[in-house]
Design a protein around this ligand. Sequence first.
Ligand code: PYL
Length: 277
Amino acid sequence: MTRLKTSDINDISSRLEIYNQEVLSKTGRTLLGIACHACGKDEIQMRRQIESFCIHVVPVTAGQGIITDFCETVTTILQFLGFNARVSDLPDTSGVALAFENKADAIMMADDRRFVGLNLNTRSVADNSEVTGRVFAAALDLMAKGIENCKVLVLGCGPVGEAASKTLLSLGARVSLCDTHLLSARFLKERLSVYPGGNKIIIEEDINTALSNYGYVMEATPSVNTIPDEFISDHMLVTAPGVPLGISKNGCQILGNRLLHDKLELGVAGMAISLVL
Ligand code: PYL
């Protein structure tokens, strides 16, 4: 997993309204709407519940330590969605204890391995990688106005690509996998074979050849330039949860409204909604 830098996230809070409108124009739903779509929850009902849902975002000093603006940005995204969210006054163990003592409904926190949401009442865990794959797959379904029976190329067979593939299969898409490590693609195909449609998964061994044959792409790799400009076709739709973005600035210009990418917003929205019963 790529560790975010402050420079990756320090403009998110100030651009949330603009980004929400951008997401709405690309998918027909807002950040909240996509998160609800991904979690199979009713948006109207969620709006009623989230105002009283208290989330403490707890800084974690372990490992490489705190990323300046990370907890503040997560909290601002949650508040934008309507949650009663705050950054904990204390980090680590003390912050977790404070959340329980203040009867918070949930905690969000991240070390160098995992970024999770924890529902303190139900004990449910929302993992950022899993949820991010799910919400970006849901977003692709919305952008495509229904992904059922469509061929989708999933680039990157890590935790995000795996979650995205499971969601795409559940939506009836025809999933193909591609990874620089062929074994990763083979192992994921094996794990997905138990899901409906999983036994029809194709492994694409050459990404550039593959890109010319797919109109729908999920870019879930931690690499840059995964999708070279010359392989972007004029009807391609791309959702890209991968950090850093695997498409060049020029590639982003070419794709325009046909590309959806962010580094925290959709994943945080999906985590929070998945924590609310
Ligand atoms: C959650 C992000 C998405 C991509 N990479 C993940 C990452 O950067 N993880 C590390 C997060 C560390 C947060 C730090 C803090 O400020 O509390 N422990």
